[in-house]
Ligand binder design. Structure first.
Ligand SMILES: Cc1ncc(COP(=O)(O)O)c(C=O)c1O
Length: 406
């Protein structure tokens, strides 16, 4: 019997928290598009599989299992694999800052870090300051804890720290934290200038505001330029989220949170309840891969792929996007953000684009407040230069047709 009658069926209901949950609109779009291989997709936030170091990862798993298989397959401490934490602390100890391994908590993807930060720092109704637009996955992860998102404006140089006093007023003088993706932001591809980094850290100190610096794309600068982390500028006032998803592979689900000690310890307690610890085997594999400088040769190869694809996208947009459209010109990361002529609704236009076998993500869900409907995110990460030109040409035609209808 696979159904129960009314008398014996269990009585249960969703929590208020779960009732407020809804799936990510973007994941739905990406899923729909991924089922149609004929579509040239700029929609996903996926890294290029051409960058995955499959053989190196296979060899590292083999080494770890042969050398210390029993430990690799055992439960392990919640805070993470000590050599990997030390490597991360050392790597982030730049510009005179001294980060200690105790400040590093390994997590199962930096997405888990966002959830844990929400869990330990947000009470219902607390203001959380976010960029406009911002990473939709952060809005989703933190939204579960029911904060009041307050937007800080951005321009081509990233968020505007001069706006912070006004934003803090809107928060009633106190916010749980400010969440920023300073380098090659998702979704805009914008990078916070050095002057603004300095100003942000100064303003945040004046406002006694904790800054959460989400940093998965910094090492993907096309030219290999290194940007100073907010963490190194103010280790006591910045939480740093890092990820191996874009520099090795996202399927290994490995990231880290670096936080002032008391916060790192509280996050560790929250993680104990969430999943006990991040995969021991995966952490040991990742350390085996990176410990002797593998990234020094791997990253330049990945950057070359992304630089070529990004250049092809920007060039094709120049040629095929109608007048009145504008877009960001990233020098790294994975995303371009386009603003279409006023009056075009990118969400409404998606069906027409899919009919032409081209996909993208409408910009609306990336805004915590007041969405701009005429925006879209285009990922150049998984489309080869040849397909790029074809896909952008198709999209240009769809935009021009929507413009004509208005
Ligand atoms: C800004 C940002 N933060 C966090 C994440 C989540 O990354 P991870 O794979 O480490 O969980 C992503 C993924 O795309 C992202 O773009």
């Amino acid at each position: 019997m696979d159904t129960q009658d009314k008398e014996t069926s269990p009585v249960w209901q969703f929590s208020a928290r779960a009732q407020a949950l809804s799936g990510s609109a973007i994941r739905d779009i990406v899923k729909k598009i991924s089922q149609r291989p004929e579509v040239i997709s700029f929609a996903g936030g996926l890294p290029s599989p051409a960058t995955f170091p499959i053989d190196t990862i296979r060899a590292a798993f083999d080494t770890v299992l042969s050398r210390e298989g029993k430990a690799a397959l055992q439960y392990s401490p919640t805070d993470g694999y000590a050599p990997l934490r030390t490597w991360i602390a050392d790597t982030l100890s730049t510009n005179g800052a001294r980060i200690t391994p105790e400040q590093v908590l390994m997590v199962s993807g930096s997405q888990q870090g966002l959830d844990l930060l929400g869990k330990v720092l947000i009470n219902e109704g607390d203001p959380v300051i976010v960029e406009t637009p911002t990473y939709v996955g952060a809005l989703h992860a933190m939204g579960i804890y029911a904060p009041r998102f307050v937007s800080i404006p951005m321009d081509e140089e990233g968020l505007n720290p001069a706006a912070l006093p006004e934003v803090m007023k809107r928060c009633g003088g106190r916010a749980s934290f400010l969440y920023t993706i300073p380098t090659f932001q998702n979704p805009t591809g914008r990078t916070l200038s050095h002057a603004r980094r300095v100003a942000l850290v100064e303003q945040a100190a004046r406002q006694r505001l904790l800054v959460v610096d989400d940093d998965p794309y910094r090492l993907l600068d096309h030219a290999g330029t290194t940007y100073q982390t907010l963490l190194s500028m103010s280790p006591a006032a910045v939480v740093h989220l890092g990820s191996f998803s874009k520099i090795l592979a996202p399927g290994i689900r490995l990231g880290y949170v670096v936080a002032p000690l008391a916060l790192a310890q509280k996050l560790e307690q929250a993680k104990q309840g969430a999943d006990l610890h991040t995969s021991t085997l995966t952490q040991m594999m990742a350390y085996e891969v990176i410990k002797d400088g593998f990234l020094d040769t791997h990253l330049p190869a990945s950057r070359k792929i992304y630089a070529a694809q990004c250049a092809a996208m920007l060039q094709a947009m120049e040629q095929h996007f109608p007048r009145g459209a504008t877009w960001t010109k990233p020098t790294g990361g994975m995303f371009v953000w386009a603003t279409l002529p006023a009056g075009i609704d990118a969400a409404q236009m998606l069906d027409a684009a899919l009919k032409e076998n081209v996909g993208y993500v409408p910009g609306g869900p990336f805004f915590a407040e007041a969405p701009s409907p005429n925006t879209m995110r285009l990922s150049f990460a998984t489309v080869t230069p040849e397909k790029m030109r074809e896909g952008i040409a198709r999209l240009g035609k769809v935009i021009a047709a929507s413009q004509a209808v208005k």
